[in-house]
Design a protein around this ligand. Structure first.
Ligand code: IVH
Length: 675
């Protein structure tokens, strides 16, 4: 063999070995070591090499099989009709090429009717019904044989144990996906952590793990769901002429069919569906990794047939992957406004869903311990929508020798003060009120859009002022003169003058904004507005006891205590008074939203991590008459923001769009239409 060819052949053999290994890790051990995206790349490379050299294709090549091998311990089940796999399209072009291919094959110039549906990221199963009774349920396995997991599937409530209707077909084999909702997945991982078990990398792995449990009690305690999307034997009893009709029949028989699917005319319709689904992706209660587009008409499906174990009549149009593997090159502790130390993983840069990710949050020491993440580790990083990227799993097998567990520093990385852990809290904090990092965050918060809204005082300016020791507390800002400011690097006379004027303007504010700007723990915008209403005379607030504070509607013990602790610091009291003298505080609420009476016709956007799933909020808001959209614009009435809200929150602040939290959203909904 000539050199180049020999190199290619060697590469193919190497790829096969890797693919086999990762197949085993993923399907048999439920313990993937590379991301799906990485696996796809290796797979595609092998497919391409084999396409160039068809003589190298062997029946045992990983490209020739559809899924994982069944594990020992479960009865092997043969699928009477092979469970096929799907070809992937990674771009619009590839989807359009699919449509062109199909139409060429059918020799038609007409637009085809397609069924577009979510591609669930779960575990494919086949359910066999005999005389209308659930008789057997198995995993797809390698497409020909899977494992009998009937005992666990019986616990899934969306799987009917008896078909509905007077005359069920004598034999029916339905196919679909078993999924674990994201909220349950998160809870399960917490439970595992408490037991000292390794977390599952994603809901699909936890679904596979659950289906493989020997004791069905544990499956029953983990709420799995089932969506039907196809059929094996028994189609002739249903009399459907198209996929969408089939699904309608299956629904009548008692199966759950996703309402999030559409019949489209032409590929443009399928593309529009895909784009809509992608916008919804972050709010869905379960993981979806793309759209499956199927030729709807069964007669056409039969004409198209199957090639290489994938039907020619269907394709999976994948979303950009959200998870990637990369290496942790450092762990840093960043200090927030209230002094909380947040560990951040510094990563070898990696592209996830079109964005380069270099940092991922590790939340706190408990999370670090749970993951046992160390510098040098290879990790799974996930980035979902505008949420801050996070490390979800460590690949232990790829850990280099000589790593050490990470502990957050005992002293503040910025000011050197000993860190403390308050009772009952996970977070370590720097208690030094003069810590420059805290000061910087405090000032940023103070100047932010929904606080005092100081134009021209961005993050960079704040950093400069803090480093130059020009400002030691927020009230010092108002002592800055144009001359002093002009001495800062990159600050012209004009911008110095502008900033002084902006500071002057910012002095006109409301008590709600003022209280929010102070940056007291747990006092977000909503609580600040509540306090402002309860204490029209701010000097009374200074001496309010925790009990008095708690008596205010919506203020609980945690908030009351946080406020009291803050006000008890002599420096804070001084600052409070100083600011009250400097500012012109009106007690009129400026946040017009608080006065709103109805949600009808309002446009809102949801972002960040919320206590309840976004889909729940979306449904509630919509039920109250609001319209939920995906992006923040001037037309947005408000943004419902949870933790770790990112770009959308920025944007809302930029545009002056009201930002509310879950409590406030609940309140608005409770007020009801026209209240
Ligand atoms: S149809 C012949 N529809 O994708 C068509 N599959 O790569 C094969 N999947 O094993 C199945 N959502 O696990 C179909 N709406 C959907 C699907 C779907 C997810 C999975 C299924 C299958 C894999 C094929």
């Amino acid at each position: 063999m000539p050199d180049a060819k020999a190199t290619e052949h060697a590469r193919l053999l190497e790829l096969r070995e890797q693919l086999e290994r990762h197949n085993h890790l993923y399907h048999v051990l439920d313990d993937p070591q590379i991301s799906d995206a990485e696996y796809d790349r290796l797979f595609r490379e092998a497919v391409e090499l084999e396409a160039r050299h068809p003589e190298w294709v062997t029946p045992d090549s990983p490209t020739q099989r559809v899924g994982g091998a069944p594990v020992a311990g479960f009865r092997v089940v043969e699928h009477a009709v092979q469970m096929l796999s799907l070809d992937n399209a990674m771009s619009r072009e590839e989807l359009i090429a699919f449509d062109a291919r199909v139409r060429r094959y059918l020799a038609t110039a007409e637009e085809l009717a397609y069924s577009a549906e979510p591609k669930y990221d779960g575990v494919a199963v086949e359910l066999v019904y005999e005389q209308g009774r659930f008789a057997l349920g198995s995993t797809r396995g390698d497409g020909r044989t899977g494992e009998d997991v009937s005992h666990n599937l019986r616990t899934v409530r969306t799987i009917p144990l008896r078909l509905r209707g007077a005359k069920p077909p004598p034999l029916l084999e339905v196919r679909g996906e078993v999924l674990m909702p994201l909220a349950d997945f998160a809870r399960l991982n917490e439970e595992r952590a408490a037991l000292g078990l390794e977390p599952f990398a994603n809901p699909r792995n936890s679904t596979a793990g659950t289906l493989r449990q020997l004791d069905p009690k544990s499956a029953a305690s983990r709420p799995l769901e089932f969506f039907v999307y196809g059929i094996g034997r028994g189609e002739e009893w249903l009399g459907a002429k198209a996929h969408s009709e089939l699904l309608a029949r299956l629904r009548e028989l008692g199966f759950r069919v996703d309402t999030r699917r559409e019949e489209c005319v032409g590929i443009a319709g399928a593309l529009a569906f895909h784009e809509g689904l992608e916008r919804e992706r972050d709010g869905l209660p379960y993981e979806v990794d793309g759209t499956v587009v199927k030729v709807d008409d069964f007669a056409l499906q039969r004409r198209l047939g199957t090639l290489n174990r994938s039907p020619r009549w269907a394709i999976a149009f994948k979303f950009p992957p959200r998870q990637e593997t990369t290496r942790v090159i450092g762990i840093e502790a960043s200090v927030g406004r209230t002094g909380t130390l947040t560990p951040v993983a510094v990563l070898e840069p990696v592209r996830i869903g079109g964005v380069t990710v270099e940092h991922a949050t590790l939340h706190n020491q408990d999370e670090i311990d749970r993951l046992d993440v160390r510098v040098g580790d290879t990790v799974f990083v996930e980035r979902a929508g505008d949420v801050i990227p996070k490390v979800v799993k460590v690949v232990r097998e790829r850990r280099p020798p000589d790593t050490v567990p990470y502990r957050l520093p005992e002293t503040c990385p910025i000011c050197g003060e000993r860190t403390v852990r308050s009772e009952g809290e996970v977070a370590l904090r720097c208690p030094n009120p003069r810590c420059p990092a805290k000061l910087r965050e405090r000032l940023r918060h103070f100047a932010s859009r929904n606080a005092l809204d100081i134009d021209g005082l961005g993050e960079k300016r704040v950093d400069q002022l803090v480093s130059a020791e020009r400002v030691k507390r927020p009230s010092d800002l108002f002592g800055l003169t144009a001359e002093k400011l002009a001495a800062l690097e990159g600050m012209g006379e004009k911008s110095a003058q502008n900033l002084v004027e902006a500071l002057e303007r910012a002095k006109n504010t409301s008590s709600a904004r003022f209280l929010y700007a102070l940056g007291i723990r747990h006092v977000g915008e909503h609580v600040a507005a509540v306090l402002a209403r309860a204490y029209p005379d701010l000097s009374r607030l200074l001496d309010a006891t925790s009990d008095e504070l708690e008596a205010v509607d919506e203020i609980g013990p945690t908030i009351a205590l946080a406020i009291r602790l803050w006000l008890d610091e002599p420096e804070n009291r001084d600052e409070f008074q100083r600011l009250r003298e400097l500012l012109r505080i009106s007690s009129a609420p400026v946040r017009e939203l608080a006065e709103s009476t109805t949600l009808a016709g309002r446009t809102c956007v949801i972002t960040g991590t919320l206590e309840e799933p976004r889909s729940t909020w979306k449904a509630r808001l919509e039920a109250a008459g609001a319209k939920v959209t995906d992006s923040v614009s001037k037309k947005t009435s408000f943004l419902l923001a949870g933790e770790n809200a990112g770009a959308k929150l920025e944007k809302a602040r930029e545009l002056g769009v009201a930002v509310i939290d879950e409590r406030e959203a609940a309140r608005l909904i409770a007020e009801g239409p026209g209240a």
